[in-house]
Design a protein. Structure first.
Length: 757
């Protein structure tokens, strides 16, 4: 099976989206299809041996719509030329027809003011409301400005369905064609004692207002993809590469793997790579959400589209084009924006029967009022009102627009959400399982304590650190690396060691400046006959804290000890406090021994700990929590976390972790900062709240609007809804839903203590 994405054109409401889904599903070889009305995009899973993109595109075309297959590179770099041309042409045509309709409708409304208000307005001549003039002015509005409604209705009719275009075409046509009778046969109406009133202005105003609503809706929907455009806009346009020994500026598309790129202060890094010469601080906030610039040195990775702040450096291109980190972010966000949330299923079910139900209600309304009142005018006004005010667009837009804005906002905050289902489910979470190593902690050993024997001067302490690190530099053990990194952070310059020897499971020894230096375990040094009693008390204290202790002896005498631990991330304790305040249970999961695990748990405020859990049992632990009736999120970063991430209701991968863990997750926290967990949950809650508001207003609008248009208030107040008002309400209902969704762009994560960037 393969996946394909199509950009769609020609949809006017959620019913159109349903029609396209049915058309694509009818193609032999198509397994799954999801059409997102808000994103105007279709995602299709198909068997390439049984069908192809052309067949799917033809099916959409046959249904009366247009589909543009999107290749992966095109999804990342933005609109294709064909798609952009089609979109601009469509908007241009809509704008021209709206302007023409607006001018003609203004004349019609002015001419109809005396009749509508019941007042004599001296400056409005009677002939301006003459039926024949109104007919002349309305006809091009009805059949040219409103052409798209007839086209859409005809397409739907051929497929034995109905859409919003059907409702508008029926409603406006009823007003227009009824008005033809009193225009051509005014005497007949007079003979029957009826007023030869015409309703051309109703048809014209409704068409103009709906066109205005569509234009505003398209503009508002365009803003929902602002995050994607921002991400795409982050890319550098050119790169300064070394070719044939010379520096040349080349388009970013011409950069190839292995190219050596030069970056100067203030410039954007064009592609992903590894620094080979020089160092600098780099602002990675555009892709990670972290505002603090990051120090980079030779061997460190750099991300395309980030900004070089201080120094100049050279780097080797390791990922280009669609493989860059930014390109993958864009791809994931686009996939999420094109997906459907489970809550949308309700709206889809309603949309399926909505339009036929409205047509049935309109017919019943006409029959009832005509039979009860014997007044064709009243029957016509109420029928047109019902047809015009009903709008499935608001229902169709309620969920996807919020999802598009929400996932885009997540990307701005360094959170990649792979699908709408994950975004929806995150607000239901009850338990958060945190892997210890690399998630709560930094994931690498760090020297946390350096204790020397009493009476050691600062100068001698510095010298002792130099001796220890100079020996450890020859070892490949992770603890040795921690000692070396600590020494360098203290400004220690390392020297050469002689006769280096590593004793497996015990320690290392060698000579530095003709002095015998030994570093290792308490047991090993005791076995060598070295007296360790001078620092026994400090050793026991560090051991109780779950730290690994390295003893340092020089010329056969103990001079100091180092406590090494996987340090807790600065944000961990604060994030866990916030999660508790949000009503979530926080659980720690680790393969480490229970003593070390409980020390870390106490430090960060976690009460429930699963320790000494083998990698193959992590998923079972998550399943155990789920069996307790909890909706569980798993947060991890390693390969051994992947099964647990997949088992969890929502898997969250630390972006600094492995590709396997990220692939198995539903949400990726790019920066590796646990604050992203809080932000993701808050964003999910804000998005779901926004969706529910949209659905409430969409349902209430139709539940209240249709009966009012049908004249339910007339027996009590003698009032009927003017179809012009119904048209205005229908036109702006979709705009109001999209506008409400756009409020999510103002989302700001909230936390106590450290702010979330």
């Amino acid at each position: 099976m393969e996946n394909a994405n199509f950009k769609l054109r020609g949809m006017s409401c959620a019913s159109c989206a349903k029609n396209i889904e049915e058309a694509i599903h009818s193609v032999q070889g198509v397994d799954e299809c999801s059409v997102n009305f808000g994103a105007e995009q279709a995602t299709v899973t198909y068997n390439p041996k049984r069908t192809n993109l052309k067949a799917i595109q033809d099916a959409v075309d046959a249904a009366g719509y247009a589909a543009f297959p999107l290749q992966e590179q095109e999804m990342i770099t933005g609109e294709t030329d064909t798609e952009q041309a089609a979109r601009l042409a469509e908007l241009g045509k809509l704008r021209r027809r709206l302007i023409f309709g607006g001018v003609m409708t203004t004349i019609l409304v002015i001419g109809g003011l005396p009749m509508m208000t019941g007042l004599h307005i001296p400056w409005i001549p009677d002939w301006l409301h003459h039926p024949w003039l109104q007919l002349i002015l309305t006809t091009p509005i009805q059949f040219w400005s409103g052409e798209s409604f007839y086209q859409g209705a005809w397409k739907a009719f051929k497929r034995h369905t109905a859409t919003m275009d059907t409702l508008v075409a029926l409603g406006t046509s009823a007003a227009f064609f009824y008005s033809l009778f009193p225009t051509f046969f005014p005497g007949f109406f007079s003979e029957q004692g009826l007023s030869p009133d015409v309703y051309y202005e109703i048809s014209a105003v409704v068409i103009t207002l709906i066109l205005l609503g569509r234009l505003l809706e398209n503009r508002a929907k365009g803003q929902t993809s602002e995050a994607i455009r921002k991400l795409i806009g982050l890319q550098a346009k050119t790169a300064r590469a070394i070719r044939n020994g010379r520096e040349v500026d080349i388009p970013i598309a011409e950069v190839v793997l292995g190219d050596i790129i030069i970056v100067r202060p203030g410039e954007k890094i064009p592609v992903d790579g590894e620094i080979v010469d020089g160092s600098s601080t780099i602002d990675e906030s555009m892709v990670t959400g972290e505002s603090i610039p990051v120090q980079k040195h030779p061997g460190d990775e750099v991300i395309g589209a980030t900004i070089n702040k201080t120094g100049s450096f050279k780097f080797r291109a390791t990922r280009v084009g669609k493989d860059t980190f930014l390109a993958q972010i864009v791809k994931l966000v686009q996939q999420a924006q094109g997906s459907k949330a489970p809550i949308q299923k309700l709206a889809d079910r309603v949309t399926g029967w909505f339009v036929p139900a409205v047509i049935a209600i309109a017919i019943a309304t006409f029959i009832i009022w005509y039979n009860v009142m014997g007044n064709v005018t009243m029957a016509l006004i109420t029928t047109v009102g019902v047809l015009i005010i009903a709008c499935p667009c608001a229902l169709g837009l309620a969920t996807p627009t919020s999802i598009m804005v929400g996932t885009g906002k997540g990307a701005e905050n360094g959170i990649l959400i792979k699908g709408a289902e994950s975004l929806e489910l995150a607000h239901k979470l009850q338990a958060i399982v945190l892997d210890k190593t690399g998630t709560i902690t930094q994931g690498e050993p760090t020297v946390t304590d350096f204790v020397t024997v009493r009476g050691t001067t600062n100068e001698n302490e510095f010298k002792l650190l130099q001796l220890a690190a100079s020996i450890e530099r020859n070892s490949e053990h992770p603890l040795a690396e921690a000692v070396v990194q600590y020494a360098r952070s203290q400004g220690v310059e390392l020297t050469d060691a002689k006769d280096f020897e590593a004793i497996a499971g015990s320690g290392v020894r060698g000579y530095v400046s003709d002095r015998l230096v030994q570093l290792g375990t308490h047991r090993w040094l005791n076995d060598l006959g070295i007296d360790t009693s001078i620092l026994e008390e400090q050793w026991e204290r560090l051991e109780k804290l779950g730290k690994t202790v390295i003893w340092i002896a020089v010329d056969g005498k103990i001079r100091g000890i180092m406590g090494i631990a996987d340090a807790v991330k600065p944000s961990s304790a604060n994030v866990i406090r916030v999660l508790h305040r949000m009503g979530l249970e926080v659980v720690m999961l680790t393969g480490d021994n229970r003593r070390t695990a409980e020390v870390i748990a106490r430090e960060v405020g976690i009460e429930r700990v699963f320790a000494e859990v083998r990698p193959d049992r992590k998923a079972a632990t998550v399943e155990q929590l789920q069996s307790e009736g909890k909706v569980v999120a798993m947060v991890g970063d390693g390969i051994n976390d992947a099964p647990a991430l997949a088992q969890a209701d929502v898997g969250m991968a630390i972006g600094t972790g492995t590709d396997v863990a990220i692939a198995a997750s539903d949400i990726t926290l790019i920066s590796g900062d646990l604050q992203g967990i809080v932000t993701a949950i808050q964003l999910s809650r804000a998005t779901m709240r926004n969706i529910k508001q949209n659905l409430f207003f969409a349902f209430i609008y139709n539940v209240a609007g249709i009966p009012i248009a049908a004249g339910i208030l007339f027996p009590f107040f003698g009032w009927l809804l003017n179809p012009i008002i119904a048209g205005a309400a229908m036109a702006f209902s979709s705009v109001s839903v999209v506008t409400n969704a756009l409020r999510l762009r103002n989302f700001q994560p909230k936390s106590s203590g450290k702010s979330i960037v």
